[in-house]
Ligand binder design. Sequence first.
Ligand code: NAP
Length: 312
Amino acid sequence: MAKQKIAVIGIGKISQDQHLPVIDASKDFELAATVSTRGLTHNGVPVFKTPGELYAAMPEIKLVSICTPPGIRHTYVREALAAGKDVMMEKPPTTTISELDDLIVHAKQAGRVLYQTWHSQYNACVDRAKAILAADGVKSARIDWRESVRKWHPGQDWVWEPGGFGVCDPGINAFSIFTKVMPFPVFVESAKLTFPSNRQTPVDVEMVFKSAEAHKPVLSGGFNWLEESGEIWTIRFETLKGDVLKLEGGGRTLRINEEVVLQHGDLEYSAMYDHFAGLLKKHESDVDAAPLRLMSDVFLMGARENGPAFEW
Ligand code: NAP
């Protein structure tokens, strides 16, 4: 089958690191245009300053992948749906739950496919952990998500602005795994958010979760954005059977009782584009609001502390 033409909107870090190379290698998609306020193209395809200019000039492009920061996403997705496009969008989907709900309604009304990606969910280790936890239950869980903002968001001031999520931008990746694998609903019991004194979003978050389970599982998590020793993207579970499961490397390694039982490389974005191709074939949307909902609750329940000022 001929490849489907797709445009990428927002040619920043994640587009360049993942979306563009994955589309280049895709059997399903062909990059046909970019939208870039800075005028960045890829492989010489036409580039437009705004999505509106793209839609007017190249109506034959029916698919867009929106890779901007989340603050502009609601406007861009609405505009794309109104122009009759099927849409794939980066995480976090929007800055608020109300905006995400609105996009779900509008995609349905427009009869278009809306695909909300959560890249960390696309790991075989995550699926294996989910199956084990469904069978063996959860006695405790601990999320540790620590990385360097300077490495992963170099110079990106939007992450420190309201709606930029701060350390919850990577932290929501942990939640996308956590909400997928947990065999029962979890709620935020308490949270402590530490904000640099000169910024509007947190650099460190510590959380306690609760559930309605009679056996009272012990559930907690921590995010930190000043970790310079390398990434710690781990979720540790103790099952009711007494085994210890560790998802490491953002979901690319699964250990059971310290022994590696499954490990793979970075296939997340190619799996996401394969999934988008499948959704388009079935003409189905896929939006999972659970990670954003839980993160919103962290902000609603969070106690604020001031920390040292942050400078790049
Ligand atoms: P980024 O490099 O700061 O921004 C992405 C691009 O979006 C910018 O380069 C710009 O592209 C466009 N853009 C920014 N603000 C805009 C605005 N107000 N209006 C229109 N376009 C705007 O950010 P990123 O790291 O790629 O992150 C983008 C999204 O991907 C975020 O939601 C993030 O959570 C997610 N993500 C990031 C990473 C990562 O490692 N950084 C990993 C996974 C997912 P042009 O200059 O081309 O217009």
